[in-house]
Design a protein around this ligand. Structure first.
Ligand code: GLU
Length: 561
């Protein structure tokens, strides 16, 4: 059979040669050992935590080795594409400090454009390139057309949407019969093709598989380890009937031309590796190295592992923005689940930026990692506790501008006041670890603002209302704000005056001898001034709130008793 005649029939408009294309994608000039990695998402809506997790791997490996990290938009499935998804993706990832050196990028007009010479970086713009290689494969007898009508395709889709080798000949379901059907698929005459082309019939392009599934190919996945993969014998589709490539075909061509050295992708692609090995071989391309990342799992109510799926809280990156996680907290958390030695490094290097950590593929878990909300919040509290009040103010107000405008107005009304509040417990050796997310800050600090102040906690009934009133009156009369010691000495005097122990040791030795202790007197004041039983250091709080407002709150609270 004259294959180049067939190739010409199928691709009459393709005039370029693979050599001409290759010339436009010269080898990258990079230092020895530099890795070229990419993130290649399909723009189907929201960004999943797993996507950020994967990009971190790619970003770290490329940038730690002096390589290149680029973004390719895999938009070949227009049915699944959501307008604006690519822009959203780029913007979301940049929040997490994930910067692409090259690839699809958001231009000044907010639209996706290209940055780099290995583009276009949007697969929908690469149609001509795929067709050049498709023509070459046909000419070499490695791919062949398969004509089916739309109706037949629909009927086949109804049988199984995922199967890529379904054909009209597939009427029976046993494996042996399917194989025979594949053989028959390959048996066409030139006249068949000519007739179909003349009639304007559409075709899908299939690979002519030469693999024997009884034989195994050794395959080394850098995360999963050494595997044995049965050879591919499936005539899978390279081009769909609209001429658009399948993932497999586009993957081989793009990663080859863009000189990707390491393909980092979800483990759902592992079963397709045999196809890719075949395709790279047919095309004469060097196989890149692969890292198949495991799914992020979580524990369900019964303690069983399950996939962190689309609808779960924590899967969609928009949730993190809305709830108000500082991006660096999420990055830091992801590193704890990505590399088993990260936490140890963090303990030894409490003040370094996470990007100073030497990320290693060998420290990644092959079986996957567990998403743990509590852990995320702990990591987050730790990261936020190390921020300056200024940094907290900036991030908090930026979040509030979007999600709590009233609160943002309060914070911005007097930034110095807000920063004084946010400075409490910050900066020392053991900073306070109270905020994990911005959306909980209002609950913690709302009482500093009269607009938000309400008394939510009540003083236990075991204390005489009269004693509370007396304590508050004495407090108001003798308030000394000159320094923390003087202030506390006054409180102790109040305690003694009212039959409460001013000395905690004495109190603990014989609690029955007292109405309570100095801690209870402080608690009365705390509830009156902050509305809560728990607050940061009371003297600091009162110093920020100021004398007048403190006294005003104490008076009102006393009246309410
Ligand atoms: N578009 C594919 C996906 O989103 C990319 C897989 C890959 O990175 O090669 O799953």
């Amino acid at each position: 059979m004259d294959y180049s005649h067939l190739a010409g029939l199928l691709f009459p408009d393709v005039t370029a040669t693979p050599e001409q294309i290759e010339a436009k994608y010269p080898a990258r000039q990079l230092p020895e050992g530099a890795k070229v990695t990419r993130f290649a998402p399909s723009p189907t809506g929201f960004v999943h935590l797993g996507g950020v997790y994967q990009t971190m791997v790619g970003e770290r490996l490329a940038h730690q080795s002096g390589g290149v990290f680029y973004l390719r938009i895999e938009d070949t499935d227009s049915k699944r594409e959501i307008p604006g998804a690519a822009e959203n993706l780029i913007n979301t990832l940049s929040r997490y400090g994930i910067k692409f050196d090259e690839g699809a990028t958001v231009g000044e007009d907010g639209q996706v454009t290209d940055n780099g010479i290995y583009g276009p970086y949007k697969q929908s713009l690469r149609g001509d390139i795929y067709h050049v290689y498709a023509k070459k494969l046909v000419a070499e007898g490695k791919a062949y057309p398969c004509f089916t009508t739309d109706e037949e395709l629909k009927a086949l889709e109804a049988i199984d949407k995922k199967a890529e080798v379904k054909s009209r000949e597939w009427t029976e379901n046993t494996e042996a019969e399917q194989k025979t059907a594949m053989r028959r698929l390959r048996e066409f005459t030139m006249e068949d093709v000519e007739r179909n082309i003349a009639a304007g019939n559409k075709f899908v392009l299939r690979i002519l598989a030469d693999g024997d599934p009884e034989k195994k190919t050794p395959f080394n996945d850098l995360i999963k380890g050494k595997l044995e993969i049965p050879e591919n014998d499936e005539d899978f589709v390279l081009l769909k009937s609209d001429g658009i490539p399948t993932y497999h075909f586009a993957h081989a061509i793009d990663d080859h031309l863009m000189h990707t050295t390491h393909v980092i992708r979800g483990e759902e692609w592992l079963p397709s590796v045999a196809k890719h090995i075949m395709l790279f071989r047919y095309l004469g391309f060097k196989l890149p190295k692969y890292l198949h990342t495991a799914q992020i799992m979580q524990l369900d109510e019964n303690g069983n592992k399950k996939k962190l799926s689309k609808r779960d809280l924590g899967a969609n990156m928009n949730d993190y923005t809305r709830i108000g996680y500082a991006p660096e907290c999420v990055s830091e958390y992801l590193l704890t689940i990505l590399n088993s030695n990260f936490e140890e490094w963090r303990m030894q290097n409490p003040d370094k930026h996470w990007s100073d950590f030497k990320f290693g593929i060998n420290k990644m878990s092959a079986s996957g990692c567990l998403f743990d909300h509590t852990k995320l919040n702990d990591v987050s509290k730790n990261v936020v506790s190390k921020m300056t009040a200024e940094q907290v103010f900036d991030q908090l107000t930026e979040w509030a501008d979007e999600y709590d405008k009233d609160f943002s107005a309060l914070l911005r009304r007097d930034p110095d006041y807000a920063k004084a509040i946010l400075s409490i417990g910050r900066g020392g050796k053991k900073p306070r670890k109270d905020f994990a997310v911005w959306s909980e800050v209002k609950d913690f600090i709302g009482f500093f603002y009269d607009e938000l102040f309400t008394v939510t906690d009540t003083i236990p009934d075991s204390f005489e209302r009269d004693d509370i009133k007396k304590a508050l009156a004495l407090f108001a009369d003798t308030l000394d704000m000159s320094d923390a010691n003087a202030w506390f000495e006054r409180i102790k005097v109040i305690a003694d005056d009212l039959g409460f122990a001013s000395d905690m040791k004495q109190y603990k030795a014989d609690p029955a001898a007292f109405k309570g202790s100095v801690a209870d007197i402080s608690m009365f004041i705390r509830v009156a001034v902050t509305g809560k039983m728990n607050s940061p250091d009371l003297f600091t709080v009162i110093s920020i709130i100021g004398r007048e407002r403190t006294l005003d709150r104490v008076r009102k609270f006393s009246e309410s008793l």
